[in-house]
Write a protein that binds this ligand. Structure first.
Ligand code: ADP
Ligand code: ZN
Length: 616
């Protein structure tokens, strides 16, 4: 019998386990139940696929979407693992074929939908009882919770699974982070003393940035021009803007298609497939797009409009960089978007729900506006601690020169004090700038503080206020029309006991420089052969076409990048590249090796495989 580590190498071609994969696998092998929270791209699948290969019997995987099942099964088959799926897309002949294989114990992993497993008077369960079931794996387990962002009523059927098969270990997996949903999942699934495994939700390879929403289309085009052969998603708020932007991009020479709930099912399916198979590089979509997208080489996610909360932002940006390579999340922000979304946030006849939605929206807005690490803001939102600086977001990477802003802060705080903490940000700023606006009351116009902030532009004042808020010198209370109030920290500033340093408003040039630095996909800081990388991608596309699977299932970008970095010169060296299990090495090793040998001999390059240190 093989150990998990051996299977990891021989079947999947990977050197070492990630996160707590190994402990999870051990728990399952001891036939305990497990509940796994791991971010997207973390490697949840291996947690049940490896036990499935070690156990004698069949592993049944419950998965919500046909597209996901097919993807997983294709991926397994390419590694020479016997897997199948059963869903409504199969005809009777295909189904009976799978039944036969199951009876012959010729399948190790079977993917099914919850309806197939438990619906229809549980006929299928009766059949399963005649087989030897080793493990149930419930993928996307958050679908069982109506608190989650993707509730699926049919998942509720799974509540009875544990009762029916108390002796079979069950593993439930999800990338959904919030506590409410987690508790609900555990409660609904009735797992038996499950071991709970949580990983950090940090996605270190994603670079987050927020740009002011001005000339957005031009900025997007400039970005796309620099990233011609990369795939990405552009999220927008409405169907109409998705159509429009996709058309415009097409007219400007980019392979883009729209995706939203207004398109008919055929079209949606087709556009999705073109994207997955790299026939188009860009999908312009509403939030309807994404669930079930396993494509690992999504290099960027752009938000043209503001997401309505941090959960959505995290989920959507999380579709970038599943392969672990550097990826970009770029958001275009404007205060106008916040106003627009506020109107959508109102839930009719439900003030409580409305309040929650507005609060979540304002947290999203603060993430964009504050001069604080974006990653930290995301992780803190999910109750996870994080260092002050992540080193991989626009805030952390811009040299932020600070200056003594004590006087500015005093002006701001005294304005709030003079207005008796009863007004919102815009009013306070107008007041400070001595606006002639009629909204400012005559009484306020007569105060000494009125107009003391004339020398600073409205825009800059907003920035300073946001910073003062994020550093707790001021507070916004109320969600619909939040008003500014003082905090415990305000007093010392007003009394001149504390000096305040704020970030200088960065000029544009500086920002551009940051961008240039943050780009380029590499393995750590090692250089790679760009031309070779492109060639290898072409070979991969060709193989994918022949096998009729998406290219990323043949090899991830990470594997090709390793090849183009370490330049293996023999098959034994190719084996050391992450992603080459025995079967893929036998099937595709030679083709890739030949391309590398040709390239290297032309340029007199030699192997750098000794520089590859196994990751731990
Ligand atoms: P998730 O389901 O958690 O989003 P997947 O299971 O799809 O993630 O894994 C994401 C990618 O990482 C896949 O390409 C997978 O093969 C790869 N992967 C998983 N575990 C490892 C590992 N230990 N070493 C290298 N690559 C891994
Ligand atoms: Zn940061």
């Amino acid at each position: 019998m093989h150990t998990p580590a051996q299977i990891l190498k021989t079947k999947f071609g990977y050197e070492s386990f990630r996160f707590n994969q190994e402990e999870i696998i051990q728990t399952i092998l001891q036939k305990h139940d497990a509940f796994v929270l791991m971010p997207t791209g973390g490697g949840k699948s291996l947690c049940y696929q490896i036990p499935a290969l070690i156990f004698d019997g069949l592993t049944v995987v419950i998965s919500p979407l046909i597209a996901l099942m097919k993807d997983q099964v294709d991926a397994l088959r390419l590694n020479g693992i016997k897997a199948a799926y059963m869903n409504s897309s199969l005809d009777n002949e295909e189904l009976s074929d799978i039944y036969d294989q199951l009876k012959r114990q010729d399948i190790k992993l079977l993917y099914v939908s919850p309806e197939r497993l438990l619906g229809n008077n549980q006929q299928f369960l009766v059949f399963l009882r005649s087989l030897n079931i080793s493990l149930f794996a419930i993928d996307e387990a958050h679908c069982i919770s109506s608190w989650g962002h993707d509730f699926r009523p049919e998942y509720r059927l799974l509540s009875s699974l544990k009762k029916q098969f108390p002796e079979v270990p069950t593993i439930a997996l999800t990338a959904t982070a919030d506590q409410l949903t987690r508790d609900d999942i555990l409660n609904k699934l009735q797992l038996k003393k499950p071991q709970i495994f949580t990983s950090s939700f940090n996605r270190p390879n994603i670079h987050y940035s927020v740009e002011p929403k001005r000339k957005m289309y031009e900025q997007i085009v400039a970005y796309l021009k620099k990233h011609r052969d990369e795939s990405g998603i552009i999220y927008v708020l409405s169907r109409n803007s998705a159509d429009k932007m996709a058309d415009k991009l097409k007219a400007d020479g980019f392979a883009a298609k729209p995706y939203h709930a207004g398109l008919n099912a055929d079209k949606r399916q087709k556009h999705q497939e073109m994207f997955i198979k790299d026939q188009i590089k860009i999908i312009v979509a509403t939030i309807a797009f994404g669930m079930g997208i396993n494509k690992s080489n999504v290099r960027f996610v752009i938000h043209g409009d503001l997401p309505k909360n941090i959960e959505s932002y995290y989920q959507e940006t999380g579709r970038a960089g599943r392969d672990g390579l550097k990826s970009e999340a770029i958001l275009f922000y404007s205060g106008g978007d916040v106003m627009k979304l506020k109107r959508f946030a109102a839930v009719e006849n439900n003030p409580e729900q409305t309040r929650i939605m507005l609060h979540k929206l304002s947290q999203m807005a603060t993430l964009c506006e504050a001069n604080a690490c974006r990653r930290r803001a995301i992780l803190n939102y999910f109750d996870e601690l994080a260092p002050e600086q992540c080193g991989n977001c626009d805030v952390c990477l811009t040299t932020r020169e600070k200056f003594d802003a004590t006087v500015i802060a005093q002006k701001a705080l005294s304005a709030v004090a003079r207005l008796e903490s009863r007004f919102g940000l815009t009013y306070v700023v107008d007041f400070l700038r001595g606006s002639k606006n009629q909204k400012i009351s005559e009484y306020h116009k007569s105060l000494k503080t009125y107009g003391i902030g004339k020398d600073i532009s409205k825009e800059d004042w907003f920035r300073y206020f946001k910073d003062l808020i994020s550093f707790d010198y001021l507070k916004q209370v109320g969600s619909e029309y939040p008003i500014l109030t003082l905090t415990e920290k305000s007093r010392d500033v007003l009394l001149g006991k504390e000096k305040i340093f704020l970030v200088k408003i960065a000029d544009k040039k500086e920002k551009e420089a940051v961008k240039a630095k943050a780009k380029k996909v590499t393995l750590g800081d090692l250089p790679y052969e760009e031309k070779l990388f492109s060639k290898l991608k072409i070979i991969r596309t060709e193989l994918a076409r022949k096998e009729n699977v998406p290219a990323y299932l043949i090899f991830s970008d990470a594997t090709l990048l390793e090849l183009a970095t370490y330049l293996p010169q023999t098959l034994e060296e190719v084996r050391k590249i992450s992603g080459f299990g025995d079967i893929k090495l036998a099937r595709y090793g030679k083709i890739f090796l030949k391309a590398i040998l040709d390239y290297s001999s032309e340029r007199k390059l030699s192997s750098k495989i000794h520089e590859k240190v196994p990751k731990r």
